[in-house]
Design a protein around this ligand. Structure first.
Ligand code: UDX
Length: 469
């Protein structure tokens, strides 16, 4: 099929590249000429596994880049809207980019097309898109609007697209449903999975994915409700972690005990310094605003958001309780991205924590496998960027683990121990077994678990060893 994807941001770029891999002809449309030039040149603006391979495979063949939305619409059977929906001051989504795209698409309706909202949008958006396209002169019989929310996680977006748990499609007509079925046919028929050059299947993926056809309003709500539910799961475990700390229980054991109940499930149950990123914080605010506008005061979401923010403050208090005073302290910070596997720092709890520690007068030496370039743009003075975790930890009063990178879960602990000033690790992501940390001579503070103190003698001998060195 011929597909236009409007907006070559995160969602647009990944969706466009994956549709091309499914065999469709894709035009990626953006109004940023510099971005288009970079993409045509082979640059990949985001850090995402398999995306460079897919763009390389299809660039100039099945994927074209264009600034001309009108022409792209005319040439396509389906037009995906994947532009940004940033939050306004009151928390609801700003839909003006979606509206202006809908306006422009209108003149390009020269035969039956399905206009698909892919950006995360509030309920009723597809109705509005339909109204705007019709209001600007398109024949209502020549197009349908569908809602096809994405559930892509950063870092695994390509495999999330190609091996999804489910594909949700909201439509109002059978004709639109047929187009959407055909678009995703290579996945639902398993044709894609039989191909020798298919992107490898993640271990846990079940194929074929189920295609769930709903009304457009239901599809819009599914997206918001899914993200809100996942954020709620995380906040719930963070609240449980706080109780564990008070009573001396171990949240990892509690998590295991709860998560093995198949009704609950083990995923998105990791306590820590809270969720961040471009989706959860924004989508929760938007969902709360949508609920309110429609007469429901969704106070549960307020609490999810409150627990999430409190989680960062709790951790900061923990750091303070270990260091006593902040001014002039040297901290080795491991992690700046909002989660492991990405260079994205939007709403990153790690970055917010670093900013707070800088305000308190700490000196920070930070390392992140992917997010340092982006972090440099927002963190100016007081931060040194290190070449690896050990350089970041060199001479540190304490080491802070703030992002769940796999690399940080596999540190050479003896090497780490030999470079720090004091063997103190505060782990905001529970990457280590406290007993192992103590064995290696560290005092270890994590979330929802008892403090594990290095034995005095170990600490003293460690210090002596270093002094001798
Ligand atoms: C999320 C949704 O998962 C995805 O379906 C949607 O399309 C976009 O938003 P993403 O923002 O990429 O994806 O990240 P995700 O992996 O969901 O993590 C979000 C945040 O929650 C991160 O800050 C992460 O560190 C945190 N998290 C996640 C936890 O604190 N605990 C967990 O158990 C899981």
């Amino acid at each position: 099929m011929r597909v236009a994807v409007v907006g070559s941001g995160y969602v647009g770029l990944v969706s466009g590249a994956c549709f091309a891999d499914l065999g469709h002809e894709v035009i990626l449309v953006d109004n940023d000429e510099n971005k288009l030039a970079a993409l045509r040149n082979g640059e990949v603006p985001i850090h995402e596994k398999f995306l460079p391979e897919l763009l390389e495979r299809h660039r100039g063949e099945r994927i074209k880049f264009s600034g001309d939305l009108l022409a792209a619409t005319r040439e396509s059977d389906a037009v995906f809207i994947a532009v940004g929906t940033p939050p306004t001051e009151s928390g609801d989504a700003d839909l003006s980019y979606v509206e202006s795209v809908a306006h422009e698409i209108s003149a390009g309706i020269n035969g039956y097309k399905v206009v698909v909202e892919k950006s995360t949008v509030p309920v009723y958006t597809s109705q509005w898109i339909r109204t705007i396209i019709t209001r600007n002169g398109a024949d209502p019989a020549q197009f349908d609007v569908a809602s096809n929310p994405e559930f892509l996680r950063e870092g695994t977006a390509v495999t999330d697209f190609l091996y999804p748990d489910r594909i949700v499609v909201g439509v109002e007509t059978e004709r639109a449903a047929e187009v959407m079925r055909e678009l995703y046919g290579p996945l639902t028929s398993e044709w894609y999975y039989g191909r020798a050059d298919a992107i490898p299947r993640p271990e846990a993926a079940k194929v074929p994915p189920r295609l769930i056809i709903t009304s457009t309003k239901s599809a819009e709500l599914i997206k918001h409700a899914s993200n809100a539910f996942l954020a709620m799961k995380i906040s719930f475990m963070n609240a449980v972690a706080s109780i564990c700390e008070s009573v001396g229980a171990n949240v990892e054991q509690v998590k295991d005990g709860i998560g093995t109940d198949t009704r609950i499930g083990p995923r998105f149950m990791n306590p820590g310094i809270g969720y961040g990123g471009s989706c959860f914080p924004k989508d929760l605010m938007a969902f709360r605003a949508v609920a309110k506008e429609n007469g429901y005061d969704f106070r549960l979401l307020d609490e999810v958001i409150r627990i999430n923010e409190e989680q960062r403050h709790r951790f900061l208090r923990k750091v303070r309780s270990v260091l006593w005073t902040f001014r002039g302290k040297r901290l080795g910070v491991l992690g700046l991205a909002f989660k492991g596997g990405t260079d994205d720092i939007r709403e990153s709890p790690a970055l917010l924590m670093v900013q707070e520690l800088l305000r308190e007068g700490c000196h920070i030496s930070a390392y992140d496998p992917a997010a340092m370039e982006r972090a440099k743009e927002v963190l100016n003075s007081g931060v040194e960027f290190a070449a690896d975790p050990y350089q970041a930890a060199k001479g540190a009063d304490a080491v802070l683990i703030l992002t769940e990178w796999e690399e940080f879960a596999n540190l050479d602990l003896d090497r780490l121990r030999s470079v720090v000033k004091y063997p103190i690790v505060l782990d905001g992501r529970n990457l280590y077994d406290p007993a192992v940390m103590v064995e290696h001579g560290f005092s270890y503070y994590s979330v929802g678990r008892a403090v594990a103190l290095a034995e005095e003698s170990t600490t003293a001998s460690g210090l002596k060893k270093r002094e001798r060195a």
